[in-house]
Design a protein around this ligand. Structure first.
Ligand code: SAM
Length: 445
């Protein structure tokens, strides 16, 4: 829409832009087209848009995408948008984007994010929608220019800070262009900028515990002018040794450390023991016949290389509202790294029975000891990786302590979302879970 059309539309709908909702409407159609083009939206992509306003970006996204979900807080605008577009490919939700449950986006094959964000809440929305892991593969954010600069800042600059690191740890950020305030009605006091963000392959950087990283970085930048060693003395009493090891000046300030150095520092405080997986002595597995009768034992590598029939357990943990915990397998797993799997899963070791293995896996992976009920037994086949699988379920209301050397990430999901997710993105899952889920849903639809 042109400037005059925007002004006329706002008058016709009876909307005078509200500053507290960050309402600045884009009136440069060429720029709107350029912006949406940067998301390279194809006919299979689903778009989520935050703050569609009068639909400047929505219209263009809708022309290319399989569907658009637009969340708008101003009811007057949602009514206008419904009236304007009348398309079954567009769903307009009246609500606060901060309260949106992004888990439903896993039921779409690919999701791209568009947002000319309201300034008053940009950084909160940014952190919410960049949560890792995410069903979204690409984000286009229009932000206040200063905020955009902070996302791409390099060490030893005034823009470099905790936000830079928290975003860059899991994402790649591109600063695409400055957007002058003159393209909006009303004209904001500051310029904007467009950034494009994509998820990193987690293996690009060494692993570290996100919560520990977040705490350390926030502490480090809490007083920018102060020496880092003094600020994090409590977390890292041997700062001087760590600094020497990492090649840092012992008097360094937070802004002098690169992302890799922050990761290394986090790992000094909260080490992840990847070697537990990589260097552990190879396990012996029971090898069984077609009737699951014990034939003997063999080394793990031999069992897998020869497709010997063997035994495994899968555990599904439900929370009090009936959601199931799924884990993303660690990057170090030799089989299906970074795939989504059951709450806990693993092989039955030599000398163990199925029930013992299920309880052990649950303790090792999620740090809980709760009663489990065996709900099914799956026959060994190519689809189960030549494993007989016993499937268990359990209920848990408290915290889970995820073992970072075994698990990359994890979350509870409503079963209907998992159903839709498996249809939309079957390659996200470890095959064992897919088989267990089919049986589990038949027993407990
Ligand atoms: N996308 C439109 C454009 O480019 O012209 C409008 C962008 S305007 C900067 C931000 C929009 O976000 C407004 O329509 C405002 O009502 C909406 N908004 C503000 N806070 C919101 C929230 N918490 N959740 C969803 N929408 C919000």
């Amino acid at each position: 829409m042109k400037l005059s059309e925007i002004a006329a539309t706002l008058r016709a709908v009876g909307v005078s832009p509200v500053k507290s909702l960050g309402q600045n409407f884009l009136h440069d159609r060429n720029l709107a087209k350029w912006i949406v083009d940067q998301a390279n939206i194809g006919s299979k992509d689903f778009v989520i848009e935050i703050g569609p306003g009068l639909g400047a970006l929505t219209e263009l996204a809708l022309a290319n995408a399989a569907g658009v979900l637009a969340i708008e807080k101003d009811k007057r605008l949602t009514e206008y948008l419904r009236d304007r577009f009348r398309s079954s490919a567009l769903e307009i939700v009246h609500g606060d984007a901060m309260e949106f449950d992004a888990r439903m986006l896993y039921t779409k094959p690919t999701v791209k994010f568009l947002g000319n964000l309201p300034y008053y809440i940009s950084s909160q929305l940014l952190m919410k929608f960049l949560e890792y892991p995410s069903p979204i593969s690409l984000w286009l954010f229009m932000l206040q220019k200063e905020l955009a600069k902070r996302l791409v800042a390099a060490p030893a600059t005034s823009d470099y800070g905790a936000l830079t690191l928290l975003v860059q740890l899991q994402h790649r950020v591109e600063y695409l262009r400055k957007v002058p305030s003159s393209v909006f009605l009303p004209k904001p006091e500051v310029d904007s900028a467009l950034v494009r963000i994509s998820e990193r392959d987690p293996r690009e950087l060494p692993a570290c515990e996100y919560k520990a990283f977040q705490k350390l970085v926030r502490r480090g930048f809490s007083q920018r002018r102060k020496q880092l060693g003094k600020l994090i003395r409590e977390e890292l009493p041997d700062w001087e040794d760590a600094a020497v090891e990492l090649g840092l000046n012992t008097r360094a300030r937070a802004e002098e450390l690169s992302l890799e150095q922050w990761i290394a520092l986090t790992n000094r405080i909260a080490p992840i023991h990847a070697e537990v997986i990589n260097d552990a002595p190879e396990e012996q597995f029971p090898v069984v016949d077609e009737e699951d009768r014990l034939k003997g034992t063999a080394l793990r590598s031999k069992v897998h290389a020869n497709n010997f029939l063997h035994r495994a357990v899968h555990v599904l943990i439900f929370n009090p509202v009936g959601e199931v915990f799924l884990q993303m397998r660690s990057r170090w797993k030799d089989r299906h790294p970074l795939a989504w799997d059951s709450s806990a899963a693993g092989h039955v070791n030599a000398g163990e029975d199925y029930d013992q293995a299920a309880s052990r896996e649950l303790r090792e992976e999620l740090g809980v000891d709760i009663p489990l009920v065996r709900v099914a037994k799956l026959p060994a086949s190519e689809r189960t990786g030549y494993e007989f699988i016993c499937l268990y379920r359990g209920s848990h209301a408290g915290e889970l302590r995820l073992n970072p050397s075994e698990i990359e990430a994890g979350r509870f999901f409503p079963p209907t979302i998992i159903d839709g997710w498996m249809t939309a993105r079957p390659r996200d899952f470890a095959p064992g879970l897919v088989e267990c889920w089919k049986i589990g849903r038949e027993i407990n639809p």
